[in-house]
Design a protein around this ligand. Sequence first.
Ligand code: EAX
Length: 326
Amino acid sequence: MRLQSIALGVGLMMGSLLAPGLANAQTTMRISISVAQNSHQGVAIDTFAKEVEKRTNGRYKIQTFYNGALGGERESIEAVQLGTQELAFSSSGPVPNFVPETKILDVPFLFRDKAHARAVLDGPIGDELLAKFDAKGFKALAWAENGFRHMTNSKRDVKSPDDLKGLKMRTMENPVHIAAYKAFGIITTPMAFPEVFTALQQGTVDGQENPLPVIISAKFDQVQKHLSLTGHVYSPCIFVMSKAAFDKLSADDKKAFLEAAKEGTKANRARVDEDDAKGVTDLRAKGMTVIDNVDKSKFVSALTNVNAQFEKDFGKANLDRIRNFK
Ligand code: EAX
């Protein structure tokens, strides 16, 4: 009896000691990227991690993983959907496999420039697309970016689509890209990003396409000689979170995560601008031949048929809404 009440007393004491401890407990979550830390994506997730910790007074800690350490982009999005990984930052590449409505953003020559793309993503169209993730087990926190994609290869200078005929190029696992690049005459080889450097080095593929920030951070200049500033498609990125993990947050913490992602996007875009500004000079200095006077109208014409198909698939009105967004 006596022992029992002592045990009870100790139990209660421990409970009251533990309670404030629990309130201060730290929850650790993971976020990953497929490229290096020293990049426009690294700065995005590092800023996000710092801002979440700051805005939640350290109650949430975000562990950051780089270089596909937790898998490629598709795998990381899959893990977030399953809830085995809380967060991922990814290009839009594999996203249509999970949220088909996002496909429209990957249509070539849809955006005039970065300012246009950023305005669309930050406005009602971007918000509507973010909301589409909810039904698929995600909370999409914010759009960010890779930038405009350009082509590199080990064989020849590419000035017009004729130069692409028969080139074997790695593409993202994105159906819109694959359809368009086939129309350019490229032999498309979809592949996860962490495998690309080796594939280029070993000649499994002749080329690849990515924005300057990715080409630089992945050191593709070491395995590719020719760069053409085709700017053929804008490449969005996104912060995605497991919906279950997001729903568990308090209202204030939800706000903190959303704001932290916005800060991540700001840092990300600033770094893309920086890399775009100095990228060509850097890559020339590293030995790449850079074609900076590509005739874009030829690339646009090569897509006439495939664009007709995109208009059928996505609706001309929806494409025009993006094209004409101010
Ligand atoms: O997100 O797979 C790709 O080419 C992406 O652009 C790259 O992983 C950066």
